[in-house]
Design a protein around this ligand. Structure first.
Ligand SMILES: Nc1ncnc2c1ncn2[C@@H]1O[C@H](COP(=O)(O)OP(=O)(O)OP(=O)(O)O)[C@@H](O)[C@H]1O
Ligand SMILES: [Mg+2]
Length: 452
């Protein structure tokens, strides 16, 4: 067998003899790439491209070579060109993802990477997907909950709308998929659904629209869930935004990006804009970056106020576990002037949630009221976890017996015995704020719940 060096010199000789042979030149360039001789590959590919300016294989190889040489902007120019093709090669999306990632545009990068893998899963790259923070198992999941998520772009029927770099989800759930939370639902209806669906009534009373709802409460009790359900309920688009990610990924560019985000929503009304972990905007939490976040806070407030552009048709929701860290400026009238406590589900709500998460799964004679009583302080997420664990143990059982059996009340009860509700820790912190920092009655609902 020839060594690589020998192959290269043989190929070079061959190219000299037939300088117009494009496939031969591509072959040589590929070998050079493989040996990390990128400068040589670049030279080869530029000549080849001159021979066949529209050859997309050559373009892609050149873009990859530029990328390897750190010539990102040159690489990007070619990639953007390739992506304009009617069916761009999957590898072009992968390369685009890399370039975007280098530029700190993680969300956009994730989207391009997923498109690539959907087109051709052999281009999957575990190192890249790890850098992008994509969990292998949720690769095709619709939603990575609470995080900057990406919808499954493989689904042509309800392809997400694209606008700039933000993806607009189409929620498949509505309020009927939310157990309990009646008071939260009602407040959302009053404050943000009716102004859109029944504008006349609001106008008749001279009531101004605008402003958003801020939800707070222990983890796993349905804040994100209900925001998504709201979008489904009124058939609006849904844009979830994790503020921590906003801060991390948009360093230096945050204000403009935040503006673009609001603009995307404004161009796609009705649209639910959901800000998760909104307390991350509070300086006290990020002492080091306080100076850096101040302009972003101001931008955020300006967008909320809709000073330069109207927010009509944009439904703004935010959620936090730590409302006490939030800048008080957020809570002025017309901004998040409605702050709602989302408590753990009560007994009836727990029954409903258990019913919802168990629906479609094989079960028999479940005593929901019994289980509702047994799950004091459990969050919706805890209940979901309990059912999932139960199903897992049933599967395990079926594996050994070869006999799949439906879930029974006692199976769930057994799982519950090994679980603790996860909401208690939150309440021990929250209690102090409810007691000592309840200025303006912000935490009245929480106080009532805690009976303090
Ligand atoms: N009221 C509910 N009805 C149905 N499912 C629920 C309910 N509450 C929670 N769940 C389930 O629990 C999961 C976690 O809830 P969710 O993510 O909405 O909690 P959260 O309040 O946003 O928590 P965090 O503060 O950690 O962001 C949801 O995806 C949903 O499956
Ligand atoms: Mg959440």
């Amino acid at each position: 067998m020839q060594t690589n060096d020998e192959s290269i010199s043989t190929l070079r000789e061959a190219v000299k003899l037939s300088p117009d042979n494009v496939p031969l030149r591509i072959h040589l360039a590929n070998l050079l790439q493989k040996l990390s001789l990128y400068e040589d590959a670049e030279r080869e590919l530029i000549i080849t491209l001159a021979l066949e300016p529209n050859n997309s294989t050559v373009k892609l190889a050149l873009a990859e070579t530029f990328y390897q040489l750190g010539k990102y902007s040159q690489s990007l120019v070619i990639v953007e060109d390739l992506l304009k093709l009617s069916s761009p090669p999957a590898k072009a999306f992968v390369l685009h993802a890399r370039i975007l990632l280098n530029d700190g545009q993680v969300q956009k990068a994730v989207k391009q990477y997923k498109t690539a893998v959907n087109l051709d899963n052999t281009v999957a790259d575990s190192t890249l997907s790890e850098r992008l923070g994509i969990d292998k198992d949720t690769n095709n999941a619709q939603v990575i909950d609470g995080k900057m998520r990406i919808s499954n772009t493989n689904n042509s029927a309800d392809e997400p709308l694209l606008d700039g770099q933000y993806e607009i989800e189409r929620s498949k759930i509505t309020f009927t998929d939310v157990g309990g939370m009646e008071s939260v639902k009602e407040q959302i209806r009053l404050k943000i659904i009716y102004p859109i669906t029944k504008p006349d009534i609001f106008k008749a009373y001279g009531k101004k629209m605008g402003g958003g709802i801020l939800m707070y409460g222990p983890p796993g009790c349905g804040k994100t869930h209900i925001a998504r359900a709201l979008a489904g309920e009124i058939n609006a688009g849904f844009i979830p935004v994790g503020i921590n990610e906003v801060l991390d990924m948009w360093i230096g560019n945050s204000e403009r990006n935040l503006h673009d985000l609001f603009e995307t929503a404004r161009h796609n009304i009705p649209c639910v804009l959901f800000f998760d972990e909104v307390d991350a905007l509070a300086g006290s939490r990020r002492e080091a970056s306080q100076l850096a976040t101040r302009p972003l806070i101001n931008q955020f407030l300006m967008e909320l106020d809709g000073i330069n552009s109207s927010n009509e048709g944009v439904l703004i929701l935010a959620a936090t576990n730590s409302p006490w860290f939030l800048d008080p400026a957020f809570r002025r009238p017309g901004r998040f002037d409605r702050i709602i406590f989302v408590p753990p589900p009560d007994q009836k709500a727990r029954e409903e949630i258990l019913r919802l998460v168990l629906s479609g799964k094989p079960s028999e004679n479940i005593d929901f009221s019994f289980l509702g009583r047994k799950t004091d302080n459990f969050s919706g997420a805890d209940l979901k976890e309990a059912i999932e664990r139960t199903i897992e143990s049933k599967i395990q059982e079926a594996m050994s017996t070869g006999l799949p059996k439906p879930v029974l009340t006692k199976d769930i009860e057994q799982t519950l015995r090994q679980m603790k509700p996860t909401t208690s820790e939150w309440f021990s912190t929250a209690r102090n704020y409810a007691l000592y920092a309840n200025d303006g009655g912000t935490y009245d609902e929480l106080r009532k719940y805690l009976r303090v």
